[in-house]
Design a protein around this ligand. Structure first.
Ligand SMILES: Nc1nc2c(ncn2[C@@H]2O[C@H](COP(=O)(O)OP(=O)(O)OP(=O)(O)O)[C@@H](O)[C@H]2O)c(=O)[nH]1
Ligand SMILES: [Mg+2]
Length: 395
């Protein structure tokens, strides 16, 4: 799974990325600090089934700490987009190609309104952050449009002549974009244009790209710099209809780094932290910690972890599944207990899981067994969050 971090320059994308992954990305208060993409790993949390099972797990693909499972998510931080990037402004939008495989986007917005469209600092509240939402939507749909537009009419005509379904031809054209045929079909249904795509004009194609973007590259808004943002800006962003989480990437990064340095003790996503030894901190550090502590008390969390978890569990509607070899001991062939956690969309069935684990398992699927109830389940049995599943396949 890949989540892309997008937004205009200087809104805190790299700060957000660094807070999530603790990777070192360059951060500075001017536009276009990031040019080359930063790739890292963040984690979403789940309750590990080992707790109810009563035996400590032996994690392989996802660490477990005190009963909390941390499932890795690949995160990508790219350069800032400016209005008309698709026409080459700023750094253009070619770098969005790094995000072809993204399953969803986190749109980092400067909710403080302290940066203009180009990311240049202005007074807090001087820029309306809601405008950033519509321009970014536009740039992303133009990016998809740029991929589809070449030879579009020709492809649509050929597909019509050959009797090939249009969604199939478009899917081929969108190879590598992590977009499924059924998502294309859903977008076609939502596009207010002729059913026959060979008759489409540029506007029709653009509308289709907008629909496809909504379905295949869904977006959540991180209303960042919430530590200095006027409250009404957050409310205005919520009115856009997107899921919105107020965030302070700066605080989250400071808290995680201070924890890593052994100065404080903070669990990402919590609304508090501890000072194990206040004497280790200088006056400046104590003042910063007091400020952050007060803010957390009043606002809940920094929101950074919540954005990633919301994008995975709410926007993409994922759940965590644990495939095992032995349904009684919940082990794999190497006797590891609950080794792997898989993220699967809600609605996926036992056979989908088999394919996710290995295509051979999918091809040779016979049945599955629910490790909690020990009941046999068929290929179309819909899985539930936190299921422990054994797949039985022909050897
Ligand atoms: N107050 C406040 N400042 C923040 C926050 N997040 C980031 N910043 C500051 O915003 C500035 C830009 O941060 P970056 O992370 O470099 O922003 P970016 O979006 O990656 O910028 P580009 O790479 O230039 O597109 C820096 O001065 C950060 O310290 C936040 O939550 N609150
Ligand atoms: Mg950056």
């Amino acid at each position: 799974m890949l989540v892309g971090i997008v937004g205009k320059p200087n809104v805190g994308k790299s700060t957000f990325f660094s807070a999530l992954t603790l990777a070192t990305a360059q951060i500075a208060s001017y536009p276009f600090t990031t040019i080359e993409a930063n790739r890292g790993v963040g984690y979403v949390r789940g309750q590990c089934p080992h707790v109810a099972f009563g035996k400590q797990c032996t994690p392989n693909n996802s660490p477990c700490e005190n009963g909390t499972r941390f499932v890795p998510i690949e995160v990508l931080d790219v350069a800032g987009l400016v209005p008309d990037a698709h026409a080459g402004r700023g750094l253009g939008n070619k770098f969005l190609d790094d995000l072809r495989q993204a399953d969803a986007f986190i749109h980092v917005v400067d909710a403080s309104g302290g940066t203009d469209f180009e990311g240049n600092p202005v007074g807090v509240g001087d820029h309306d952050p809601v405008l950033d939402v519509s321009f970014l939507e536009k740039e992303i749909s133009y990016w998809i449009y740029g991929i589809l537009e070449k030879n579009f009419t020709k492809i649509a005509k050929q597909s019509k002549l050959a009797g090939t379904k249009i969604e199939k031809s478009l899917h081929e054209k969108l190879t590598g974009l992590s977009i499924t045929e059924s998502q294309i079909l859903a977008a076609l249904r939502h596009t207010p244009a002729e059913q026959d795509a060979s008759l489409w004009n540029d506007q029709d194609l653009l509308r289709f790209c907008q629909e496809l973007q909504k379905i295949a590259k869904p977006m959540i808004i991180a209303a960042n710099k919430a530590d200095i943002a006027p409250k009404e800006n957050i409310e205005k962003l919520k009115a856009t209809g997107y899921p919105v989480v107020p965030t302070s990437a700066e605080y989250e990064l400071a808290l995680r780094r201070a924890t890593k340095a052994g100065l404080i003790s903070y669990v990402p996503g919590n609304n508090h932290f501890e000072f194990p030894s206040k004497d280790k901190l200088n006056e400046k550090q104590i003042a910063a910690c007091t400020k952050m502590g007060d803010w957390l008390r009043d606002n809940g969390t920094t929101g950074v972890q919540a954005v990633l978890e919301d994008v995975v569990f709410k926007v993409l509607d994922m759940m965590i599944i644990y495939p095992v070899e032995d349904e009684h001991h919940w082990t794999d062939k190497q006797n590891r207990i609950l080794p792997d956690a898989y993220l699967m969309r809600r609605g996926t069935n036992a056979k989908d899981l088999a394919y996710k684990v290995h295509s051979d398992l999918g091809d040779n699927f016979i049945r599955a067994i629910d490790g909690k109830t020990h009941m046999t389940i068929g290929h179309d049995h819909v899985l539930k969050d936190n299921d422990v599943i054994k797949i039985v396949a022909r050897a």
